[in-house]
Ligand binder design. Structure first.
Ligand code: ADP
Length: 319
């Protein structure tokens, strides 16, 4: 029997639990012994590693977050702690790792692989959807659905009260969540870091819309834009002449029941990651591309600058 372990690193996403469940099922199916590493790289260093069975993943498929915890680990940046991590894995005979995380987490495992030869396969997991060479990261669809529900609710109150609502989404420096949410919820304005904007140039059109009977505005702004959301709300009040409120969606975007799409993607990512390791792949990431799932070497993933899908970006000019 070969031993394989999984861990979650960096921000959690809804979809990690379905991935953990399928990791156990598919490992056992492939005659591998599955282990959980708790609390990310912290657990790897502290030997918080346990062999698991079906019973350990019962009842988690519908839960957001991650049953095994996640963390950011300053200690894993230091070689001495990575040496301890390697000893812990050796004691349990584990030489294959799957990591659910972002590119920072993959970089960490790449360093570990180059020092100690522990094979790993990354599964892109971040609601920001900002990992190069993959069209999709686990958790994005669940986050978009939470945002959709929030915007739909806010629209009800915005229309009753004649107000502008500035709704701030997560995404760090990436505008994916804001852009897709704006396109799919009929927002009047969308501001993202990838596109320069000039509020002054929008004033006339917004004022005309009010003259023509518009009772409210929905503006979706990404957290990474140059202005803070309150500045955009002030602009609505002072330049457009409509009362405005800010709604920062924050961490609710990361939680909640995983959508069907994320559950299925979790299943498919895990299958592909375990298959890649069994085929002898050593240091890569499973990417979801227009041609389906593809294994990509870690250097290619972390050295390719991320760009937002140009096709989506084109739609932005209308909002
Ligand atoms: P994300 O995976 O969401 O991009 P971070 O960038 O916060 O998250 O990275 C997660 C963790 O990965 C860090 O806390 C650290 O433990 C590890 N890590 C990142 N880069 C390195 C590196 N160059 N060397 C060792 N560990 C790293």
């Amino acid at each position: 029997m070969k031993n394989i372990a999984i861990l979650c690193s960096g921000g959690d996403v809804s979809g990690m639990n379905p991935a953990l469940k399928h990791f156990v099922e598919y490992s056992l199916q492939k005659l591998l012994t599955p282990f959980f590493i708790y609390d990310g790289y912290e657990g790897l260093i502290d030997n918080n590693i346990k062999e698991v069975a079906y019973k350990d993943v019962a009842g988690i498929i519908n839960r957001g977050g991650t049953k095994i915890g996640s963390s950011r680990s300053q200690r894993f940046m230091e070689k001495s702690y990575r040496n301890i991590a390697k000893k812990n894995l050796d004691m349990l005979n584990i030489n294959m790792l799957i990591v659910l995380g972002g590119d920072g987490s993959f970089r960490g495992l790449d360093v570990f692989y180059k020092e100690h030869g522990v094979k790993f396969c990354g599964i892109p997991s971040t609601i920001d959807n900002d990992i190069s060479l993959t069209e999709y990261c686990l958790g994005v669809d669940s986050a978009l659905n939470i945002i959709k529900t929030s915007i739909d609710s806010i629209r009800d109150t915005a229309s009753s009260f004649k107000r502008a609502f500035v709704i701030e989404t997560m995404g760090r420096d990436c505008g994916f969540l804001a852009l897709v949410s704006a396109l799919t919820s009929g927002a009047e304005l969308c501001l993202i870091p990838e596109k320069e904007y000039n509020l002054k140039s929008l004033e006339e059109s917004f004022k005309n819309q009010i003259k023509n009977g518009r009772r409210y505005f929905i503006a979706i702004v990404a957290e990474g834009i140059k202005d803070d959301s309150q500045t955009i709300a002030n602009w609505f009040e002072q330049k457009i002449g409509m009362q405005a409120r800010v709604s920062v969606l924050g961490h609710i975007q990361r939680g909640g029941n995983p959508t069907i799409y994320d559950r299925l993607m979790a299943y498919r990512f895990v299958n592909n990651a375990i298959d890649a390791l069994l085929e002898g792949k050593k240091d890569g990431v499973i990417c979801y591309t227009k041609d389906g799932f593809k294994y990509k070497n870690i250097d290619e993933v972390v050295n390719t600058p991320f760009v937002l899908d140009p096709e989506l970006l084109k739609f932005l000019k209308n909002i």
